[in-house]
Design a protein around this ligand. Structure first.
Ligand code: HEM
Length: 409
């Protein structure tokens, strides 16, 4: 009987984890423990748990193997997101170099170039598939930061393989089953050999992630080369679908609420209002909808007993809509970000603490720039009153296409 109940819970989690978590939180409160099939999971939906797990007690938690093993086909065994302790520190320090101020200063020009190329596709049109457009834009900017200048054919071959790999791993993540998949293995190998070919042959001018890694990790053996490929795969995984999904969601909100567009157009030089619109999108639809951790020791998490090895899902989406911290939590009100009245851990779309997103400054720059430039050029509206449906896979992203009506200003 108990086992049957556990499998029913697993089924409803698998079908729609967002609805499952919201319903359980309403019934059981901000911290609850559920047996999903044979796995015991704690769900934490309050900023105080985030503060402890990512801040004050972060040394007592590591990435959850239950979840992170499932994305190994994407990130490899030693991609930055998978690492802990000294090896994580070493690789993080090396990879952080591409986000230093002098390199960041060069990114806007490159971003504008790729965005304007996308705009050429919609200049004569009256409708746009905004997910496709934003995916193409963020993939090209990510590939440039990661590999330097690469040609269109490489962009296209990476794009379809990567999107399929992400989708297939996302399904595995929800099912809690890790059955070997020939298709996943096939795509993984195809992508890795393409990247391996770039790493071992191409010597690009300028500074990019690949050149930094090649310089700092001498490719003396296969192990070192694999470590480099793992980082390149990881940054691609982390660096474009997340930004594309959030940008598409932002433009959906902008199309739905025309008053946002007017305010974006008359924004100040610092793009303060545009930034609040993007932050509000990240609050409502955080691409990293939950952060999965595992206790490395028996511990107390704000009065909750946690045993060594327990898995805890920090529910970012629930925290960012927590009614104690966010008034009208489901409403789109960008102005709320002008008030500096929220506890730090109540808004964490990029995580927090030492494992905070490596590319958060780049993502903010890329998104605010795109939202601002697109609104200056076009007026967006919804062709019908379609709601924004999201699906939680590896990341949270819109279901199907988002088609927007577009008029050139
Ligand atoms: C809107 C866009 C993005 C969102 C919402 C996002 C979110 C996140 C979050 C929440 C984490 C922490 C995961 C955890 O603590 O378990 C993370 C880690 C990471 N992100 Fe992002 N990210 C975005 C864009 C990017 C970009 C553009 C890059 C790079 C080009 C990037 C690279 C990474 C890397 C390498 C990590 C792992 C850091 C580590 O483990 O030390 N992300 N991201």
């Amino acid at each position: 009987m108990r086992l049957l109940k556990q499998f029913k819970l697993l089924r409803s989690f698998t079908q729609d984890p967002l609805v499952f978590i919201t319903n359980q939180r309403k019934e059981q409160g901000d911290f609850f423990t559920v047996h999903l099939g044979i796995k015991k999971i704690h769900f934490a939906c309050h900023p105080k748990y985030a503060e402890a797990m990512l801040g004050t007690k972060s040394d007592q938690f590591q990435k959850s193997r239950l979840i992170f093993n499932k994305i190994r086909p994407i990130t490899g065994r030693r991609g930055l997101v998978q690492l802990e302790n000294d090896e994580w520190s070493r690789v993080r320090k090396i990879t952080n170099q591409i986000f230093q101020r002098q390199y960041m200063a060069r990114y806007p020009e490159m971003m504008i170039y790729f965005l304007d190329k996308e705009c050429e596709k919609i200049d004569g049109a009256n409708a746009v598939n905004i997910i496709e457009l934003m995916t193409s834009y963020t993939l090209k900017t990510a590939l440039t930061v990661i590999f330097g200048n690469i040609n269109n054919k490489t962009v296209e071959s990476f794009s379809s393989l990567f999107l399929e790999l992400n989708a297939r791993c996302g399904l595995r993540m929800r099912s809690f089953l890790s059955l070997p998949s020939i298709r996943i293995y096939g795509i993984q190998q195809a992508l890795r050999s393409k990247i391996m070919a770039l790493v071992t042959s191409q010597h690009t001018a300028g500074v990019n992630l690949m050149s930094v890694l090649r310089q700092q990790i001498p490719m003396i053996d296969n192990d070192a080369t694999e470590l480099i490929v793992d980082q390149l795969m990881t940054f691609l995984f982390a660096g474009f679908e997340t930004t594309a999904a959030s940008l598409a969601s932002s433009l959906y909100l902008i199309a739905k609420y025309p008053e946002l567009q007017e305010k974006i157009i008359s924004d100040d030089d610092k793009k303060s209002y545009t930034t609040t619109v993007y932050k509000e999108t990240l609050r409502l639809y955080p691409p990293a909808w939950m952060l999965a951790r595992q206790a490395v020791t028996d511990t107390l998490l704000c009065e909750q007993n946690i045993a060594k090895g327990d898995n805890i899902f920090l529910c970012v989406r629930e925290i960012q809509r927590h009614p104690d911290y966010w008034s009208s939590p489901d409403a789109c009100q960008p102005e709320r970000f002008f008030l500096d009245d929220k506890p730090r851990f109540s808004f964490l779309p990029f995580g927090m603490g030492k494992r905070i997103c490596s590319g958060h400054a780049m993502a903010m720059m890329e998104a605010v720039l795109a939202i601002s430039r697109l609104c200056q050029r076009y007026q967006f509206s919804l062709p019908d009153n379609q709601p924004l449906k999201m699906t939680a896979m590896v990341t949270l992203h819109p279901v199907g296409n988002i088609n927007l009506r577009v008029i050139k200003r």
